[in-house]
Design a protein. Structure first.
Lengths: 345, 496
């Protein structure tokens, strides 16, 4: 057992080295110094408190999405539609804010309602994929992907249609909300401790659901063997639906935080691709909740650190995406190789 | 063509599927191959038709020349064609296109010429086909004829037919046999694989019987059915004294049940099972017993009739309703349907219990698992994942998952692949359940197991179900005949 776990760690370390090696080769091929690039990325994310706060701003939605995906992956579902669920969370939150914009209710209550609304919006959007899967026989990958496009189109429609700025509609989004509609931020920084708390609470709850509850164990049984779970008396399709709803709610919370704490309005790319990035994190940590925090933080740091590359080295900031993608591929590859070895031994 | 098989061996992992088989089939004969499920018939035929390779040292000799057959395409080059149980054709395509498949030659096949050949062949063998019609408009029997024509067209001289009479009507069977009987005159050889005694006796010039991977005997007409059965199923052995049940009240009652799937139609079965009774279901695999046992579990909905349990009508209810009413079903495919690979024994026992609250009590789960592991003699630890257990221990784990109290246990092949010690242990556990008032219905292909452990049994043969037979008043031989389709009172309606 110990040997197996150590073996797994060893292969993942090799995968990490290979990923960095591969990206270094790319950098060398364009005559850039890998060491300098990595140093700039590190400084860009951890170099100052302000920069680290930016990392946390990216970390919050990424962690929420990852937490949700741990649930759908546990029940054997590929919830690609998570991206659209983030978007719908943001849309619903915006809608709640707009609805109460003239009201005299305390802002704290409105913000709470807006975030809960976002979670509800994400959950409802996820339930569409679930219904398509359970009752329509549509694979959740196809259903989710289709709904992602619908969600994006819906955002654009709202920004350029019913919710457009007075005068002229713009890609910069809807009219920003007043300051009291923002989750409180740390002085001088862009990170809200409340947002951070929501994200950490999300992953902790998911960790306990998956580790210690009957619900979590049944979800896993459904994910690992749908047929046997049914014969063991578990209401299988209901559990598939529950996991879509939970994941949708967490993704919706990510979208809500994007509106309530980061952008203070609806913008066209409100999800910033955190849904897809969350899928990568979930795959990388092999669906273990315990690793979600460090790995999501690492990915957020890569995203923020790479912003420095165009300024300092005239490299494109998409390098972080290359590194993340290559890393996931190498880790999956290493795992495949390890299993092949394990079978032979 | 003369086919000679010399010293054929085939291992699949630790399973020795063919053991030193020597068989010579002279040109122009119809050779029957008899044997029960798992006797090694299909393995032998797959070797001859190039689907799998025999172990080194095995020899295939065609007309005196040793050959090595690497693939089905290779086999057809040597003139060996195989007709599979399920026709390997392409339903959405036209007959002629289907016919042209597998032809080597040219990017653009000559359709006109092929159509002429097609019609010529069809006339010669008395088939009537329109080459421009679509395959999916044909019946299973017609698709077989088409496949035979295709093999003839490709130049086959040896025809292997694997259970060809399953799923076709009596009329189509007559036609198929009439066709096959023309082959020997043209110096062609037919190998007819079946478990149906009547078909083999009716058609074949000679019969070879396989059992447990060994060729146990060859005979020629006139056939003695009892001798064939004895060869197929081995000699009668008893596993000690039987323990007849003290039957109680009626637990399960089936009235006029009819079942249907794509291949089979079972009509109007009546059955009453009493508390403590064990019912064995015998028959070749795929004769309807699987569908029947799943209907008793609520997993297959009957198309007609009523099912009631302890006097309560459960017709059309789901498996979960049946389960709450005290029915448990243990499928044959343990890791596919019965257990959850990746989860350990604690997880399984916790899942099978009613949840107490929201959080799982780990310590209680550990204790539960330790108790069950001990009382069911499972070789494993509470943290062992089910896939790491051996087959026998997986089976014990499944038994340990049965709920209490229980009215009815449904088992598919409860002891398949297990050693004798496990078999005896598992049945002792099941008999304990019977003493507590549960009834058991189980499927087995092991006739001795059925005779030994059941009070009463049903035989299934191509969708027909026998009346309940008293297990103490029958024998392996009688059962063997019924399973092979002999000795059935003619019920009149053959299935279509």
């Amino acid at each position: 057992m110990l040997k197996g776990r150590f073996g797994g760690f060893f292969f993942q370390l090799i995968a990490l080295l290979l990923a960095f090696g591969f990206v270094s080769l790319i950098l060398l091929s364009v005559d850039a110094s890998p060491a300098e690039a990595y140093k700039n990325m590190f400084n860009g994310s951890f170099g100052s408190m302000r920069k680290f706060a930016e990392v946390l701003v990216a970390f919050v939605p990424l962690l929420l999405v990852t937490a949700g995906l741990l649930v759908t992956f546990s029940s054997g579902l590929w919830n690609i539609g998570v991206e659209g669920q983030v978007v719908l969370g943001a849309i619903t939150t915006t809608w709640v804010f707009r609805y109460f914009i003239e009201s005299d209710l305390p802002p704290a209550l409105i913000i709470t309602l807006a975030i809960l609304g976002g979670m509800l919006g994400g959950a409802v959007w996820a339930s569409f994929t679930g219904v398509l899967k359970v009752f329509g026989g549509v694979n959740e990958i196809f259903g989710g992907l289709g709904l992602n496009f619908v969600a994006t189109a819906l955002t654009i429609y709202l920004i350029f249609g019913p919710w457009k700025r007075p005068g002229v509609a713009s890609m910069s989004g809807t009219v920003p909300f007043p300051d009291e509609f923002s989750l409180p931020l740390l002085a001088g920084l862009r990170i809200s401790p409340w947002a951070l708390a929501i994200a950490l609470a999300g992953i902790v709850v998911i960790y306990f659901i998956l580790q210690g509850t009957y619900f979590g164990l049944r979800l896993k049984a459904v994910g690992k063997n749908f047929r046997a779970a049914y014969l063991l008396g578990i209401p299988t399709w209901q559990y598939s639906m529950y996991s879509f709803l939970i994941c949708g709610a967490l993704a919706g919370a990510a979208g809500a935080v994007q509106v309530a704490a980061v952008y203070h309005r609806l913008i066209p790319s409100i999800s910033s691709g955190y849904g897809y990035l969350g899928l990568m994190v979930a795959m990388l940590i092999n669906y273990n909740a315990i690793w979600a925090v460090p790995v999501a933080l690492f990915f957020a740091a890569l995203n923020i650190g790479s912003i420095q590359l165009p300024i300092l080295m005239k490299l494109d900031s998409s390098l972080s995406g290359v590194l993340q993608g290559v890393l996931v591929l190498f880790v999956l590859l290493a795992d495949g190789v390890r299993q092949k070895f394990a079978r032979k031994a | 063509m003369n086919v000679e098989l010399k010293n054929i061996h085939k291992h699949f992992g630790t399973v020795h599927a063919n053991k030193a088989i020597n068989l010579n089939i002279p040109t122009g004969t119809i050779q029957g191959i008899l044997g029960e499920n798992g006797a090694g018939k299909s393995t032998l035929m797959k070797i001859l038709s190039g689907f799998i390779q025999p172990d080194p040292g095995s020899e295939i000799i065609l007309d005196g020349k040793p050959v090595v057959i690497h693939s089905p395409a290779d086999a057809i080059k040597y003139g060996i064609g195989m007709l599979h149980q399920d026709p390997l054709d392409f339903p959405p395509m036209k007959l002629l296109d289907n016919f042209l498949l597998g032809l080597s030659g040219g990017l653009f096949p000559n359709r006109k010429e092929a159509a002429q050949d097609f019609n010529l062949l069809a006339r010669e063998y008395g088939f009537s086909f329109d080459p421009e019609s679509y395959v999916d408009s044909l019946t299973v029997g017609e698709r077989q004829q088409l496949e035979i024509m295709r093999l003839l067209f490709l130049g086959a001289r040896v025809f292997i037919l694997d259970e060809p009479t399953t799923g076709i009507s009596a009329g189509q069977k007559e036609k198929l046999f009439a066709t096959l009987k023309k082959f020997p005159d043209q110096a062609m050889t037919v190998i007819f694989v079946s478990h149906k005694l009547e078909d083999v006796e009716h058609l074949c010039d000679r019969v070879a019987v396989l059992r447990g991977g060994v060729l146990v005997g060859e005979t020629k007409p006139p056939y003695v059915t009892s001798k064939l059965v004895a060869m197929m199923f081995g000699k009668e052995i008893t596993l000690g004294a039987r323990q007849p049940a003290q039957a109680g009240d009626v637990v399960l009652s089936l009235k006029n049940i009819s079942l249907e799937d794509v291949r089979l139609k079972i009509k109007n079965v009546d059955l009453e099972v009493r508390a403590g009774e064990v019912i064995g279901l015998a028959g070749m695999e795929g004769s309807g017993q699987g569908m029947f046992i799943r209907a008793c579990a609520g997993l297959t909905r009957p198309v007609g009739g009523r099912i009631s349990l302890n006097g309560r009508d459960l017709t059309g209810k789901s498996y979960h309703t049946f389960k709450r009413a005290g029915v448990n079903f243990l499928p044959a495919a343990r890791l596919e349907e019965g257990l959850v690979p990746g989860l350990n024994l604690i997880d399984h026992f916790v899942l099978a219990e009613e949840p107490k609250g929201i959080f799982i009590d780990r310590a209680a789960g550990q204790k539960l698992a330790e108790d069950r592991i001990q009382s069911f003699n499972i070789r494993g630890t509470p943290l062992s994942t089910v896939e790491s257990l051996s087959g026998g221990n997986q089976q014990r784990a499944e038994l340990a998952l049965l709920q209490t109290p229980l009215s009815l246990v449904l088992l598919e092949h409860p002891t398949r692949g297990l050693d004798i010690e496990s078999v005896i242990y598992i049945w002792s556990k099941l008999k304990e359940r019977c003493k507590q008032g549960a009834s058991i219905i189980f499927i087995s292909s092991d006739l001795e197991e059925i005779l030994q452990y059941s009070d009463c049994l049903l035989v299934f043969f191509s969708s027909k179900v026998s009346q309940p037979i008293d297990a103490s008043a029958t024998s392996v031989e009688e059962l063997g005949q019924l399973i092979g389709g002999k000795g059935w009172a003619d019920t009149g309606d053959e299935h279509a």
